[in-house]
Design a protein around this ligand. Structure first.
Ligand code: MN
Length: 344
C-alpha cells in the first residue's frame, strides 16, 4: 500500500482576480522540506475554489468577474468547473465556455495570452461557483508546442463503477462481483483506471480522476509506483488507507519510486527507466455510522475526491509566475518576448 506521508490541512482562501475565490493547496514555488516539487512533479500548482455563492452581477458587460488578460508559457492549465460556468478568450482568437461539470485542458506551450471570467449567464443570475485549476508541467521536448485547448464535456468522460470490497473481500470472480454493493464512481478525466482510458491527451503519464463515494464501503485503487500521488478531499470525510481525512485537505503520499538510469545530462535531466513499474494500492472508505461515531464526522452527503498522479518529468525548472521554463536564460528570454509584445 502506498503510504500517506503528510496531510496538508485546509488553507485560507484568497482571490484570483475578482472572480475566483480559491485555496492554493500546492505550489511548486513553495520549496518546503516536506513537500517540494520533486514530490508533486509534474503538477506545479493546485487551486481549489470551494462552493461559494455569488450574487448576480448587474455590471457584467463592463465589469465581468474573473481574471483579465494574462500570459502562460511552458505548461498546461487544467480547469474543472464543478458548479457555475467560466468563459475564456485568448490572443489567437480562441474563445468558449466551460460549463458545469466540464473540463478545459489548455496547453499554453510556447505561449498564450488569455482571460478567464464567470460566464455571461452565471454573471446574470449568480449562484454557487466551485472549480479546480491545476498547472501541469510540460517535458522539455514539448515546452514550445503550439498552444491548444481540449474542451471536455462531462458526458464524454468515461466512468468506472466502484464497488464495496469489504463485503466479499478476498474473491473477485464474476459471481462475487455481482453481489458487491455499488460504492460510487471514478470519472476518468485523464489517465487509466482498471483498463478504462481517460479522454484527455497528455504529454506525460498523468491520472486525473474525479471520485464520488455515495454509500458506506471500501474500494482499492491501483496507482503506478512510478507516479507521484496526491488526493484532494473536496467534500465529506473519507478514510484513506484507514486514516480519517477532513474536507479541504490535500493528502500527500510517499513519492514515486524511480529507477534513474542517467543523471549526468548537462541540464541535470534524469533518464528514467519505467519498464519495471508496478502498481501501489490505496484504500478509500466511506465510513459507516459506527466508524463515524468515534470520529465525530458523519457523512450525510457524497464524499468527493480528486485524485492526481503522474510520472515525474524529472527536469529542472526555472519559473516565475505564469512562465515555467527549464533554464534561467530561457526565463529571461521569455520576459523579453513578453515585454516586447512577441508572445502568444
Ligand atoms: Mn490563466
Amino acid at each position: 500500500m502506498r503510504q500517506i506521508i503528510h496531510v496538508h490541512a485546509n488553507q485560507p482562501p484568497h482571490w484570483v482576480g475578482n472572480g475566483f475565490y480559491v485555496k492554493t493547496l500546492m505550489n511548486h514555488l513553495e520549496n518546503r522540506a516536506d513537500f517540494n516539487y520533486s514530490h508533486t512533479d509534474p503538477f506545479l500548482l493546485l487551486d481549489y475554489g470551494e462552493p461559494t455563492t455569488f450574487a448576480p452581477n448587474p455590471n457584467y458587460d463592463s465589469q465581468p468577474q474573473g481574471m483579465g488578460q494574462h500570459p502562460h508559457k511552458g505548461f498546461e492549465t487544467v480547469t474543472i468547473a464543478y458548479q457555475g460556468e467560466i468563459s475564456h478568450a485568448d490572443s489567437a482568437g480562441g474563445h468558449g465556455e466551460i460549463l458545469e461539470g466540464d473540463v478545459q485542458w489548455m496547453t499554453a506551450g510556447r505561449g498564450i495570452l488569455h482571460e478567464e471570467f464567470h460566464s455571461q449567464a452565471f454573471g446574470q443570475y449568480g449562484g454557487v461557483f466551485s472549480m479546480v485549476q491545476m498547472w501541469i508541467n510540460l517535458p522539455k521536448k514539448h515546452k514550445l508546442t503550439d498552444a491548444k485547448y481540449q474542451s471536455i464535456k462531462r458526458a464524454d468522460m468515461p466512468v468506472v463503477k466502484l464497488y464495496d470490497e469489504s463485503y466479499e473481500n478476498a474473491s473477485h470472480d464474476q459471481d462475487s462481483i455481482t453481489r458487491l454493493n455499488a460504492l460510487g464512481t471514478a470519472t476518468i478525466i485523464a489517465g487509466e483506471c482498471r483498463g478504462t482510458i481517460g479522454i484527455a491527451s497528455t504529454f506525460s503519464p498523468v491520472n486525473v480522476w474525479d471520485i464520488e463515494l455515495t454509500t458506506a464501503g471500501t474500494t482499492t485503487l491501483e496507482i503506478p509506483n512510478t507516479h507521484n500521488l496526491m488526493i484532494l478531499v473536496q467534500q465529506g470525510s473519507p478514510l484513506i488507507n484507514d486514516s480519517l481525512v477532513s474536507a479541504g485537505s490535500l493528502v500527500q503520499f510517499s513519492p514515486a519510486r524511480l529507477n534513474v538510469l542517467d543523471a549526468s545530462d548537462v541540464l541535470g535531466t534524469l533518464e528514467i527507466d519505467n519498464t519495471h513499474a508496478t502498481s501501489d494500492t490505496i484504500m478509500l472508505t466511506y465510513p459507516t455510522a459506527s466508524d463515524s461515531e468515534e470520529t465525530q464526522s458523519p457523512n450525510d452527503a457524497p464524499i468527493k475526491i480528486l485524485l492526481l498522479s503522474g510520472e515525474p518529468i524529472g527536469e529542472p525548472i526555472a519559473s516565475y509566475g505564469p512562465f515555467v521554463m527549464n533554464t534561467q536564460a530561457e526565463l529571461k528570454q521569455t520576459f523579453r518576448d513578453y515585454q516586447t509584445g512577441r508572445f502568444g
